[in-house]
Design a binder for this molecule. Structure first.
Ligand code: ATP
Length: 233
């Protein structure tokens, strides 16, 4: 479904992603793991058109979308649930959800709104409240639901566990497992390598802007180098 080929990303003169290639098949959950600053978020942002691709390509369902504009990429079926949630703080929960469906022209948006509130009952309870007043965990649920409101073909999650208490992190990952079970294709960037590898089918390990290991999540989880450096064993 998604294929990156020899992708390079720079901020000004500094290159931070040094020619990575990876792919995600339809229905797969793929995790990008690795230390802070390894280039995982920059890779997601380059896929979404939020930072420019220096060289290399992004192919999505057989189309070259390299350096397409962000809104065209959303319309093509790629949605990002961003790091730090980035809900619209002054807008209500419902308005945030409707913003997720902004590019849709079909008539099923109200039905999807109900589905999202069935899936996340807390959003129904808080539907008229300003999103900025929600707790971090509630905002993460809202950001996930807002992403799903776009009815994406693939959903990219950037650090969904960031800054959340362990109990809330567990419930975020339960939600991601539920979304995966619904058949959604997922590309996940996550610092919590154990959680990510438990959820994912396959994973790529990033180090200093390069992919240094890849394979089935189960294999990475039991690899001695990964266990030592990222899983605390
Ligand atoms: P993190 O978990 O911290 O987000 P990451 O693996 O996702 O880590 P990136 O956020 O992609 O890493 O960062 C890769 C490198 O790019 C880092 O050295 C970071 O400091 C740098 N970087 C990220 N965003 C910018 C920016 N807007 N301007 C300049 N440098 C940036």
């Amino acid at each position: 479904m998604l294929a990156l080929c020899d992708l390079r990303v720079s901020y000004g003169a500094i290159e931070v992603v040094h020619g990575i290639s990876l792919d995600v098949a339809a229905g797969e959950c793929v995790a990008l793991i690795g230390a802070n600053g390894a280039g995982k978020s920059s890779t997601l942002k380059a896929i979404c058109g939020l930072v420019p691709v220096g060289s290399g390509s992004v192919q999505f369902e057989g189309r070259d979308i390299t350096n397409a504009s962000g809104h065209a990429i959303v319309r093509a079926g790629i949605t990002m649930c961003p790091e730090g949630r980035q809900v619209f703080p002054q807008m209500s929960v419902i308005q945030n959800l409707r913003m997720g469906a902004y590019t849709r022209t079909d008539k099923d948006q109200d039905a999807d709104l109900v589905r999202m509130m069935d899936m996340f009952p807390i959003l129904r309870e808080r539907q008229t409240q300003a999103a900025g007043k929600l707790s971090g965990g509630e905002q993460e649920m809202l950001a996930i639901a807002r992403a799903l409101m776009a009815r994406p073909r693939i959903c990219l999650f950037d650090e969904p566990s960031l800054g959340l208490a362990p109990k809330i992190v567990a419930s975020v990952f339960e939600t991601l497992a539920q979304i995966k079970a619904m058949g959604m294709t997922i590309l996940l960037v996550e610092q919590n390598s154990m959680m990510a590898l438990n959820l994912a089918d396959r994973a790529y390990l990033f180090e200093a802007g390069k992919i240094v290991m890849q394979g089935p999540a189960k294999e990475l989880k039991s690899h001695p180098d990964v266990m030592r450096a990222y899983l605390g064993h």
